[in-house]
Design a protein around this ligand. Structure first.
Ligand code: SF4
Length: 447
């Protein structure tokens, strides 16, 4: 337990990872509800063994920071003693309300269990890359369209639609299979990935050689149907009705992290309100599950007091931040403090989509895609990239204290110039680099 992490693998409970604030372990829940008591035990162990920082990742895994070699073993032993169901190996993601959602057409929990078992038993399992993932979507309200995965399966009333690589926007459709063939289809695709080696990812393979090698492996069980229709984006924050008449309350962790003491208090309040437990969800979200309706509003108030995001329009959701300094040894600025400052200063007020990505260095771990404004740490200063990612060309650099003013000027102009249905990125493109640079640096915008 807690052997050093091999290059190319992901951290787990048994393989910690060295970071700037000590060792980090990652727990990937199976998607089953964790009882409030088990979750409190997990938080208490994180507080005792680590530095008290707990993260929920963009894919819904739990990360515990600030551990030592010895305390990581103590933490692992404490987690194993709880009823927190987690797994190690390729991530098999279920929709976060699988089995509870009145809108889903299929409870994919059973498929997920069978698939994990099949992967563990497969002779090629060691060759499957650690980052290869499967998204199983039962067709409910909290769907997985925005979560990238190598293998995507989405249920409708008749079948499971199968697609490869990326999120719903850029995945390649393979048609569909019947539900009883889901595990066989996923394993056949996994076998092709494994044969290409541990670095192989479905999206890269499709880009290089097309989808035919994958399509051939499911030819016998294939159903020829077009991809399913697009759905509105899932919104996990807020109250969600469940099949049994109770509700789930979705709460966001600002910039993906919180402290163990706040989570312990939340789990205790959830237990007192009669909630059955907690689940994690993509996009740094926790779901309090099976909360009796009469206690839901009070529980949401407690969560808000503890600093959790309870409203979908909370400005902190418009800013993406990586761990930054001091948590990450590579960081050149303190990202989370800066992101929090930007949100409290109203630097992006009125934004309706992710507007700013604060990255501690040019690696850009928290958001590989383009955002309207990306802030990149550089030797204590903040570089600004417009409509790009952390490794793109900088437009200007600032000391951190000058950033809120500079971003406010840009956000105000975007708000004033935006046409209906126009994104912030499109407005910034229209403005042009020279004009934006003047605006960021405090000159007239000549709007
Ligand atoms: S982007 Fe840089 S600073 Fe941020 S977590 Fe990744 S490596 Fe660390």
């Amino acid at each position: 337990m807690n052997a050093p992490r091999r290059r190319g693998t992901c951290p787990s409970l048994s393989q910690s990872m060295v970071t700037g604030d000590g060792l980090l372990v990652r727990i990937t829940p199976t998607g089953a509800t964790m009882s409030c008591d088990a979750f409190r035990t997990l938080c208490a162990a994180a507080r005792r063994c680590g530095n008290g920082i707990i993260e929920v990742t963009s894919r819904g895994s739990v990360q515990i920071r600030g551990l030592t070699k010895t305390s990581a073993k103590d933490l692992a032993a404490a987690v194993v003693r709880t009823d927190v169901a987690f797994f190690e190996g390729p991530p098999i993601l279920n929709a976060p309300l699988a089995g509870l959602d009145p809108h889903e057409v299929l409870d994919t929990s059973i498929t997920a269990v069978e698939l994990r078992r099949a992967i563990a038993a497969a002779p090629f399992s060691a060759q499957i890359g650690a980052k290869v993932s499967v998204a199983l979507d039962g067709g409910g309200a909290l769907h997985l369209d925005a979560v990238p995965a190598d293998v995507r399966m989405r249920a409708d009333a008749e079948c499971l639609h199968v697609a490869l690589g990326g999120d719903v926007e850029d995945a390649t459709s393979l048609g569909a299979v019947r539900v009883e063939h889901a595990v066989e289809a996923a394993m056949n695709i996994m076998r092709v990935l494994a044969a290409a080696g541990p670095a192989a990812r479905a999206r890269d393979m499709v880009a290089a050689n097309g989808a035919e090698p994958f399509r051939r492996t499911i030819a016998d069980i294939h159903i020829d149907v077009p991809p399913p229709p697009r759905r509105p984006a899932a919104e996990p924050i807020g109250t969600h009705p469940l099949r049994d008449g109770t509700v789930a309350i979705g709460l966001g962790l600002a910039f993906g992290h919180t402290d163990a003491a706040a989570l312990e208090e939340l789990a205790q309040a959830a237990a007192i309100s009669g909630a059955r437990g907690l689940r994690t969800a993509p996009d740094h979200v926790l779901l309090l599950v099976a909360v009796p309706r009469r206690g839901a509003a009070r529980l949401a108030d407690i969560a808000q007091r503890l600093g959790f995001i309870v409203r979908a329009d909370d400005p902190r959701r418009r800013i993406i931040a990586c761990a930054g300094a001091p948590a990450c040894a590579a960081a050149e600025i303190g990202t989370r403090a800066l992101a929090s400052f930007l949100a409290s200063e109203g630097a992006i007020s009125g934004a309706t989509e992710p507007m700013v990505h604060v990255s501690g260095c040019a690696k850009g771990c928290a958001c590989p895609r383009s955002t309207p404004l990306t802030i990149v740490g550089m030797r204590g200063r903040c570089g600004v990239v417009v409509n790009g990612s952390a490794h793109d060309e900088l437009l200007a650099t600032f000391p951190p204290e000058a950033l809120p003013g500079a971003l406010s000027r840009v956000a105000d102009l975007v708000r004033d110039m935006r046409a209906t249905d126009e994104s912030a990125g499109e407005v910034l493109s229209r403005l042009g680099r020279a004009r934006l640079a003047r605006l960021l640096l405090g000159g007239a915008s000549d709007a």
